[in-house]
Design a protein around this ligand. Structure first.
Ligand code: BGP
Length: 479
């Protein structure tokens, strides 16, 4: 295999503040909505320690350098920067990210920074009404302006909102639907407010960051039709529209698609679009698409009189516990007999990566960077003290191969950031579901049993996939 990646292609890894930092009550950080969501649901664990990246980032960056990473995608925690309703900037929050950014740059690693990855401050939720209220827009604007002014001299790649599509599709799971009475209708108002915040971030970045580039981060899951039955093809198109295309169209064109306007009209939905909104969105031209892609889905026709079924994700890691959704008249998702599944019933389908890149390039002609792709697994140290993760190694290798093919197909991709560098908190499964190139020697139980992070070793142990990625990057893959 001779992968051909363009000169300067970024090989990195990815994380999110609330999943990796810990130190949730330190140095002025106030609670985020996702902290509360994490604590409330088993088997969620709270994020007070996780990988303790907040205190150990220098050690983590040294390991990134050893691995040969050339980029690191991480997020800034809004409640660390603006902890309270008075809008005062927290100097300790600024100092933490300054330290991380400088450490990365000194190691030759390009920072790629997400502005919003699920950690809205609780004060925004309680005092302004969260994503439900347009009052969030000036608060978000103040926060992102602060970030651009503080870090824009050194950070040139910015990401607006992580997986807005997944937040709207799975509102309860990601904490966005709190306080909403009629989710079916009102999620479109929330979505519109998020689009305005995205636009504010794009426009401000272009104004304030010299040479800055910014893009959205859709979570993209290619949808295959189950058979060549024409109705299955339409079902796959419906699923694609309702879970991702609606969002990508809006980012690319600055307006909602005729498909979506039509859907709103047919269902009597008012997304509360006000004069000037579409102009603001149209002015916000993304420089690239940041793509999170892990897997594929398969759709079949669902007649209008089919029984509706919610998407019940597998939260246990016992294979086979997932329940596929049925949306009457639109689509039903189903199992794909041609691919293997992880213990959490995620399709192991590297070809989906090539499909995603081809599809998005064909539709939007925006350069792309992969900001998430990875393999979640149950893991522990083996008797030799090492952590062997052959499934992850194969998965990452096969995904890179498919990216290489997409590039040969003519798609413009400038980087790959695997989820994730060190183990960190999974959205739904705490430390029970691990993704890292580097093992963090701790369990949820150990973290729960203490309130003092200094009692946890949290030793970093590079896994087999770390050494594979290291040799892959060093092998001159960037020719
Ligand atoms: C993405 C999120 C990440 C991360 C990843 C893996 O959708 O952006 O935050 O968690 O999914 O998901 P999980 O942790 O549920 O396996």
């Amino acid at each position: 295999w001779n992968p051909r990646f363009p000169e300067g292609f970024l090989f990195g890894a990815s994380s999110a503040a609330w999943q990796v930092e810990g130190a949730t009550t330190e140095d002025g950080r106030t609670p985020a909505i996702i902290d509360l969501n994490s604590q409330k649901k088993a088997p969620f664990v709270d994020n007070k320690f996780t990988a303790d990246h907040y205190h150990r980032y220098a050690e983590d960056v040294a390991l990134m350098k050893e691995c040969g990473l050339t980029s690191y995608r991480f997020s800034i925690a809004w409640p660390r920067i603006i902890p309270a309703a008075d809008g005062a900037v927290n100097p300790d929050g600024i100092a933490f990210y300054n330290g991380l950014i400088d450490e990365l740059l000194a190691a030759g690693i390009t920072p790629i920074v997400t502005l919003y990855h699920y950690d809205m401050p609780v004060w925004v939720e309680e005092e302004l009404g969260g994503w439900r209220s347009r009052d969030v827009i000036p608060a978000f604007e103040h926060y992102v302006r602060t970030c651009f002014e503080a870090f824009g001299d050194r950070v040139k790649y910015w990401l607006s909102i992580n997986e807005q599509n997944m937040q709207i599709c799975y509102g309860d799971w990601l904490g966005v639907s709190k306080g909403v009475e009629d989710w079916f209708r009102d999620k479109w108002k929330i979505n519109h407010i998020m689009n305005l915040c995205h636009a504010v971030a794009v426009n401000l970045c272009h104004e304030l960051v010299a040479g800055g580039k910014i893009g959205p981060v859709p979570g993209y899951v290619p949808i295959y039709p189950e058979t060549c039955r024409p109705e299955d093809q339409i079902a796959a198109m419906n699923a694609e529209e309702f879970t991702e295309k609606i969002w990508c169209d809006t980012y690319a064109y600055g307006d909602y698609s005729p498909f979506l306007y039509n859907y709103w009209r047919n269902h009597g939905i008012d997304p509360d679009i006000r004069p000037g909104d579409i102009e603001t969105m149209k002015r916000a031209k993304s420089d690239f698409l940041a793509v999170n892609c892990y897997r594929s889905n398969t759709a079949r026709h669902a007649p209008a009189d089919a029984e509706a079924q919610d998407y019940l994700l597998n939260a246990s890691g016992n294979k086979g516990e997932l329940t596929f959704p049925v949306v009457p008249g639109q689509y039903a998702l189903t199992r794909n007999p041609y691919v293997e599944y992880t213990d959490w019933d995620w399709e192991i389908d590297p070809v989906a990566m090539r499909y995603a890149l081809r599809y998005l390039w064909d539709h939007y002609r925006l350069p792309m960077v992969i900001t998430e792709n990875g393999f979640g697994a149950h893991e522990s140290k083996s008797s030799d003290g090492k952590v062997h993760d052959p499934q992850r190694l194969n998965y990452i290798r096969d995904n890179l191969y498919q990216i290489g093919l997409a590039i040969e197909d003519g798609v413009e991709v400038f980087g790959y950031n695997a989820w994730t560098f060190t183990d960190l908190l999974s959205t739904g499964n705490g430390m029970a579901k691990r993704y890292g190139f580097v093992f963090i020697d701790t369990t949820d139980e150990e973290q729960k049993a203490t309130d003092d992070v200094s009692t946890l070793a949290l030793t970093r142990i590079p896994k087999d996939s770390f050494y594979w990625y290291q040799s892959f990057i060093a092998s001159g893959a960037t020719q």
